[in-house]
Design a binder for this molecule. Sequence first.
Ligand code: SAM
Length: 292
Amino acid sequence: MRAAIIASKESTGRILRRFKLRAAKRLGQNFLVDYNIVEKIAAAAQLTPQDLVLEVGPGLGSLTQGLAESGAQVLAVELDPKLLPVLQYTLAAYDNVKIIQGDVLELDLNELTEGRPFKLCANLPYYITTPIIFALLQKKLPAERLVLMVQKEVAQRMAAAPGGKTYGALSVACQYYTETELAFTVPPGSFMPAPQVESAVVVCRKRAVPAVKVSDEARFFQVVKAAFATRRKMLGNSLRNLGLSGPACAEILAAAGIDGRRRGETLSLEDFAAIADRFAAYLEQKGSGEQA
Ligand code: SAM
């Protein structure tokens, strides 16, 4: 028989009172209090009993419970040490859950998951959403599917196509490594305390190979960062953030077949790849120096 549901206003209030706790705003603690959303997230993760699922920030265990119900093996990393006794209590019925106390940005996730492929699920702490997403993507972990609850505005940025204001370095990073889809939105009332803004769940399916082929990935992300660092500038100027002279920028853009009057937000992943490859080739031609 299933244990009592954690993701409800009543249970959450009862648990907080029992442990004399308050949600810590500085740690982004907004607890899910709607079990329907928990079930939707678990369904989006397509969990089977054979899966290993890594959860970032289990909090009181609301989402962890839904993940554990699938029979998958759950590893949950929680930063707040005060929540460890709470999680031992709320998830006592599940022997397929292991809680690890630590900072997801500092832990060696490969060691933690013993190199096994895994799925990642999280209602992310809003104060470090973007660094966590970049780290998860760029650490090249064998995470085949990421199901992430983030602010709706961040979700829109992750899934944005070129041409709009929401398209930026986060969109390129997500879409380079994964097929990124905004799955559904979640209203503030589904959390306790309720955040000021709407949230959304994003599903990122890891690509077998990145969306575009580049000769040097680090150069690719350097170009993306430079192009969006001064989004209002034309590429001919913004690429000077790479330490290049005006003529060098013009030469690279011409070789890549990109009009230097365009702005970064209009470039597709293929366009960025073309510029990055020409940039890498230019540097190679000039010798190993970065400045040109
Ligand atoms: N999963 C729970 C839920 O859905 O109700 C809680 C989600 S709450 C938005 C974010 C959780 O992440 C909090 O429990 C917070 O303490 C934890 N957290 C914050 N920063 C973290 C970090 N760097 N590493 C691991 N957990 C973190």
